[in-house]
Design a protein around this ligand. Structure first.
Ligand code: SF4
Ligand code: MG
Length: 331
């Protein structure tokens, strides 16, 4: 296995009027070429902030912890993303090795420029292509993501496309520069179920064809089950469980993962009551002490959970969990 990107001890806080707010807390993971990692959790768990860090794209008031490291492995050797400063260097990651697609494609397209002109402009910025070559490739990519009559769509504006088609156009634009890693931030959330399934299939095809790594961000563990090879479950900025997707879904170890799974509709019993995780995610301004999940945990085992941060325990070589129930000696 070849690591494409490694994230080590990533901690991100934001300076606010109320003080420093922790959004990402000591997060480590890696993604290999051709691997799809799902990043799952409720809103406020720091999923998007984590993803943006991979392109060094967080707002100016973001403060990175001193041990934070993001290493992108390229043909020219490893690149430390968080040390990239100039716009020229940042092009290595932004729209170069890494592309990102969002929940709302309208936000990715300038309203007064045609889809095609935007694709061409981006391609010319990141390659030595001529305008004619960039145009041909753009039309080809629109075709590749299943947009019919791509030459006509090329000349249209984002508002002229349906929601599902815009999503496809955004994916076409994101992959036209042949990124090594595609970050998909809730790409299917705004879509109806049929189109959602088509977009998921499309992304799986792209992994096979281009051997890209993908980070698939969602609050929906059901979507992860269909798309990802491995999954990291986030809660209040921390990864509480990580492992191969089948293993985590069949054998969830963390009470939060168990709660997310219990809240999914059962295909064999659609009338069964859904049991969502009780309570609300606490404000990041009031981070619980000890285990960050203890204020909602149905399995809390007492003071140790309120006072001591559970560290990662490997339940097997590829599956880790941060919960005192699985610490060998909870001390
Ligand atoms: Fe629940 Fe304690 Fe495990 Fe946290 S450490 S998830 S509170 S049992
Ligand atoms: Mg988000």
């Amino acid at each position: 296995m070849t690591a494409l990107i490694e994230v080590k001890n990533l901690t991100i806080q934001f300076r606010t009027d109320e003080g420093l707010v922790t959004a990402v807390d000591d997060v480590s993971f890696s993604i290999d070429k051709g691997q799809v990692m799902g990043l799952v959790g409720e809103s406020g768990s720091g999923k998007s902030v984590t993803a943006k860090a991979l392109m060094h794209l967080n707002a100016k008031n973001a403060v990175y912890g001193p041990k934070s490291q993001i290493i992108l492995h390229t043909a020219n050797g490893p690149v430390e993303v968080l040390k990239l400063k100039s716009a020229r260097d940042l092009k290595i990651v932004r729209g170069g090795a890494i592309s990102m697609i969002f929940q709302e494609p309208m936000a990715s397209f300038a309203p007064a420029i045609t889809i095609g002109d935007q694709m061409v402009e981006q391609l010319m910025l990141h390659s030595n292509m001529s305008k004619a070559q960039a145009r041909d490739l753009s039309v080809e990519m629109l075709d590749r993501v299943g947009i019919s009559d791509p030459a006509r769509r090329f000349s249209q504006y984002a508002f002229e496309l349906s929601g599902g088609m815009r999503q496809r156009a955004m994916i076409a634009m994101a992959i036209s520069t042949k990124p090594k890693l595609l970050i998909a931030d809730e790409p299917t959330t705004a879509l109806d179920v049929t189109i959602q399934a088509q977009v998921i299939d499309l992304m799986k095809d792209l992994v096979r064809e281009f051997h890209m790594g993908i980070i698939f961000i969602t609050h929906d563990l059901g979507v992860i089950a269909q798309t990802a090879d491995k999954v990291a479950v986030k809660y209040l900025g921390r990864i509480v469980e990580e492992g191969p997707v089948r293993e985590v879904i069949r054998n969830p170890k963390h009470p939060y993962t168990q709660g997310l799974l219990a809240a999914l509709p059962k295909l064999d019993d659609l009338d069964a009551p859904l049991t969502p995780v009780a309570g609300d995610i606490p404000s990041p301004l009031e981070r619980p002490s000890g285990c960050v999940f203890h204020t909602r945990c149905p399995k809390i085992i007492g003071d140790v959970c309120k006072s001591k941060l559970p560290h990662d325990t490997q339940v097997d070589p590829t599956h880790r969990v941060a919960c005192h129930l699985h610490t060998e000696v909870p001390a």
